[in-house]
Design a protein around this ligand. Structure first.
Ligand SMILES: Cc1cc2nc3c(=O)[nH]c(=O)nc-3n(C[C@H](O)[C@H](O)[C@H](O)COP(=O)(O)OP(=O)(O)OC[C@H]3O[C@@H](n4cnc5c(N)ncnc54)[C@H](O)[C@@H]3O)c2cc1C
Ligand code: SF4
Ligand code: SF4
Length: 674
């Protein structure tokens, strides 16, 4: 390993990145310029530095020229820094003796048509990188042990799949679901496209598998209250919401042997409180003590304490043997330790009533796709009989408005992105109507149909052949006839180039989807970024679609962006695989970019301690005086404390003050030795 204080011997390598860089600036000029910089022993260029021959150049140059610092001027460090660090290490240097200049994303791409300017800027960038490379030091990453357990947040099909995969790999998995049952949106669906399997038939076995897997500890009706720690060592506080009803295990823990809820429903029979059932979108009633839906996992009733009048009738009905109901129950908290976490918190529909032109919530017979699912479902509020909400009549002409708020730049609740499953579920709904109601005609108002998946295009043709009518044009307005409650859909047939108005018995809106409101709190708690649209942000859309920029936190399902069930399950399997790697490895290396307190300069004032956003700092006593101490594994190297310390006592490894000053000097003092 090279010594920190030896004479700098830097190798500079300029990448063409095909024509990405070489098409916008002079590689030759930048390379020749690099050779003139103080400390640079060799400068070279290559078509693709990240390729094997490109990396070989680095390895060979280190040996040939006895280099102790490497600079690569190429694309984004986010993508390729690990590659070049590995090459640096293979050449025999400490891998932190590497510095990168981003002359693609920050230069050739933004100055595409300014050859002279881009070339000059690339020289600046290389000069600045070399200035830092001259001062780089060997750094040794720390290893921390990883807990042999994982947490999955959200028990939809994505979270369930991730939990099953982790558990199947021998990892103790805590699955946290906020509603009284796992299953997520999929448990509200009737059939699933394109195979038209009954949703519950394929979901229920999975729910049962989750419920009985010895490695899965299931917390339903629970939320995450707090998360602390870092990859390998997260401490998660779970809030177990007061359910008012004990499971057999919970009853046993209270000494009620053979007791607890067995799902008989005697309590709900006697409960006098009737409220709209949110699972059925208010289309069915629910008692204050309720079961979430018929196929729940776990089979356990729940008290809605917001509606409960505490009359105690249910307690009486439940009886002395089961003694399952405790109306004085309060929320409790539990801490678990996990190595990695997967977020799978799903999605919501936009409040489509705010797009007033379609009359949702004003007109009885305008419903959403999810309400349609419940209306057509055998376990739904009508026993699967599709009827008009206004009068219970069977609809014969049903309009489907696609992209209701999706791919829409008008602002408000509208979303500019495609919600990615509405085309397909509207085709499915059209089929279900034709199947269930002889003579019924579905009218599909679309802008274009996106049937992108395996066997999806075939499904589209099938629905066309079955007799569905397709009208290409955005629906401008829907008006209700107050006497018949029929709906007139105003649109334009863009294929025929003429305005159109059609009277329908009922209209189904394929409402856009959006992140759940709590996604913001969850992402802040777990330290995850969000995309422009508010979806949880993956580390890299192509190369790391399940990871996040916070080590140890992974994403699965629609919380990361719209996707249907097959894609959700595939991503969940990817996330589980990624989340299990550090667990099985048993330890992880942390980037050594943590703060270091130089005790002799520290005045022990403690001013830095509250500044740290990650709670990594504390005052401790050393040699009879107070000094600051860093918990290295918690420190993310953000630099807040380093910038704040009035005595300059905090050193930010790899971003030391001398290194940063050298870069600033190099920028300001072009060509001069700094
Ligand atoms: C009308 C309609 C029809 C559809 N039909 C089909 C179809 O036929 N075929 C198909 O492939 N796809 C279909 N889809 C898409 C399908 O619903 C999704 O692909 C799938 O549900 C995504 O699963 P998920 O696990 O990512 O999210 P979800 O199903 O939303 O599950 C997320 C879970 O996380 C829980 N959660 C949320 N926040 C928290 C929190 N803070 N703490 C704990 N838990 C939390 C939720 O309660 C929920 O159980 C349809 C969608 C709609 C709207
Ligand atoms: S009566 Fe008791 S056992 Fe039966 S469902 Fe209600 S709480 Fe459960
Ligand atoms: S105590 Fe609450 S849940 Fe039980 S019967 Fe009365 S209102 Fe219903």
């Amino acid at each position: 390993m090279a010594e920190a204080k030896e004479e700098p011997r830097i190798g500079v390598f300029i990448c063409h990145c095909g024509t990405n860089i070489a098409g916008s600036l002079s590689i030759e000029e930048v390379m020749e310029y690099a050779k003139t910089l103080p400390g640079v022993i060799v400068a070279d260029e290559y078509q693709y530095m990240c390729s094997t021959p490109g990396q070989k150049k680095i390895v060979e140059a280190i040996a040939e020229h006895n280099l102790n610092g490497i600079v690569v001027a190429a694309c984004s460090p986010r993508l390729h820094e690990p590659t070049f660090r590995t090459a640096t290490q293979e050449g025999g240097l400490n891998k932190f003796r590497f510095e990168m200049a981003n002359i693609r994303d920050q230069n050739s791409w933004v100055h595409m048509h300014d050859w002279e300017g881009a070339t000059a800027k690339a020289k600046d960038q290389v000069r600045i990188a070399v200035a830092k490379a001259r001062m780089l030091e060997d750094l040794i990453p720390k290893s921390v042990p990883v807990e042999h357990s994982a947490l999955v947040l959200g028990g939809g099909v994505g979270g369930m799949q991730a939990a099953l995969d982790l558990a199947g790999a021998g990892i103790k998995t805590y699955l946290i679901e906020k509603s009284p049952s796992i299953g997520g949106r999929m448990s509200q669906l009737d059939k699933t496209f394109p195979t038209l399997d009954c949703s519950q038939c394929i979901l229920t076995p999975k729910m049962v598998d989750v419920g009985r897997h010895p490695n899965i500890e299931l917390y339903t009706y629970a939320e995450v209250e707090n998360v602390e720690g870092y990859i390998g060592n997260f401490t998660v506080t779970i809030r177990k919401k007061a359910r008012g009803v004990l499971s057999p295990d919970e009853a046993e823990a209270r000494g009620i042997i053979g007791g607890g809820c067995n799902g008989c429903g005697d309590c709900a029979e006697v409960c006098p409180v009737i409220k709209p059932n949110p699972f059925e979108f208010g289309m069915a009633p629910r008692k204050a003590i309720y079961i979430y839906h018929p196929q729940v996992m776990p089979l356990q009733f729940t008290v809605d304490f917001d509606s409960c009048v505490k009359c105690g009738l249910c307690v009486e009905a439940c009886g002395e043997e089961k003694k399952a109901i405790d109306l004085d129950m309060v929320d409790t908290f539990e801490e678990v330790k996990v190595g990695t976490c997967i977020l799978a918190i799903g999605y919501d529909l936009i409040p489509i009533e705010e797009k007033t032109e379609w009359g949702y919530k004003r007109y009885d017979n305008v419903i959403t796709g999810l309400e349609f699912e419940r209306l057509i479902c055998a376990s739904g509020p009508t026993g699967g009989k599709l009827i008009r909400p206004s009068d219970g009549q069977i609809p014969k002409k049903v309009g489907f408005v696609l992209c209701a708020g999706s791919r829409d730049n008008t602002g408000g609740v509208a979303k500019p992105y495609c919600s990615r499953f509405c085309c397909m579920y509207s085709l499915k709904h059209a089929h279900q109507i034709m199947e269930k109601i002889p003579g019924a005609v579905p009218y599909i108002f679309y802008m274009d149909i996106r049937s992108f998946g395996k066997m999806y295009e075939e499904f589209y043709y099938r629905i066309q052949n079955e007799g569905a009518k397709f009208i290409r044009g955005r629906v401008a307005n829907i008006l209700e006839d107050p006497s018949t409650k029929n709906l007139t859909v105003f649109t334009e047939d863009t294929l025929l180039g003429r305005p159109l108005s059609l009277e329908m018995d009922m209209v189904v809106l394929a409402a856009a989807i959006q992140p759940k409101p709590e996604a913001e709190r969850i992402r802040q708690m777990f330290g995850v970024s969000k995309s422009q649209d508010g979806w949880l942000l993956e580390a890299h859309p192509k190369l790391n679609p399940c990871g996040t920029t916070t080590a140890g936190i992974y994403l699965a399902g629609v919380c990361q962006g719209p996707k249907d069930i097959p894609d959700t399950v595939a991503q969940a399997e990817g996330a589980a695989s990624a989340a299990s790697i550090p667990i099985h490895t048993g330890e992880v290396q942390l980037e050594p970019y943590f703060a270091i307190c130089m005790d002799d300069l520290c005045a022990g004032c403690g001013m830095c301690v509250p500044q740290c956003p990650y709670g990594a700092l504390a005052l401790v006593e050393k040699n009879g005086r107070q000094v600051m101490e860093v918990t290295e594994a918690k420190c993310k190297g953000c630099g807040t404390c380093g910038g704040f310390c009035p005595g300059g006592a905090i050193k930010m490894q790899h971003f030391t003050s001398p290194q940063i000053c050298a870069q600033i000097d190099a920028f300001l003092l072009e060509g001069g030795e700094q």
